[in-house]
Write a protein that binds this ligand. Structure first.
Ligand SMILES: [Zn+2]
Length: 124
């Protein structure tokens, strides 16, 4: 397992971060924290229980808080507690506007054309 990697109990919805094998009270335990509160140990397991964990498939949408509207980004993890730490992200709005304008100006811009064979006239 990789420290800082994302894991979960097989078949369970909690998304966990592996904190490593750390001394805790009476011995060394493999510690996991929930993704939403990575500084807090959520569970501790022994070596033979590690097989009950699997690596969480990476899904970027899982990492990012999706509460703020477009034009804003929250810098906290998805599902965080408390208010959003939203920052203005005007670049996003600008790039969406740019994209829309480009679509209007060149309606076929997104269509990939094979280059015409030599001797043939281009389609337009
Ligand atoms: Zn948020």
């Amino acid at each position: 397992m990789i420290i800082g990697g994302k894991y979960n109990w097989k078949g369970q919805p909690e998304r966990l971060i592996y904190l490593g094998k750390n001394w805790s009270g009476n011995g060394y335990w493999h510690q996991f924290a929930e993704v939403g509160s990575p500084e807090k140990v959520w569970c501790e397991v022994l070596d033979d229980q590690l097989s009950s964990f699997e690596e969480t498939p990476h899904d970027e949408a899982d990492d990012v808080c999706d509460v703020p509207p477009i034009g804003w980004r929250c810098t906290r993890a998805k599902g965080h507690s408390g208010p959003c730490a939203a920052i203005e992200y005007s670049e996003e709005v600008a790039s969406v506007a740019r994209g829309m304008r480009r679509l209007k100006e060149a309606p076929n811009a997104g269509i990939q054309r094979a280059s015409p064979a030599s001797g043939e006239a281009p389609l337009e």
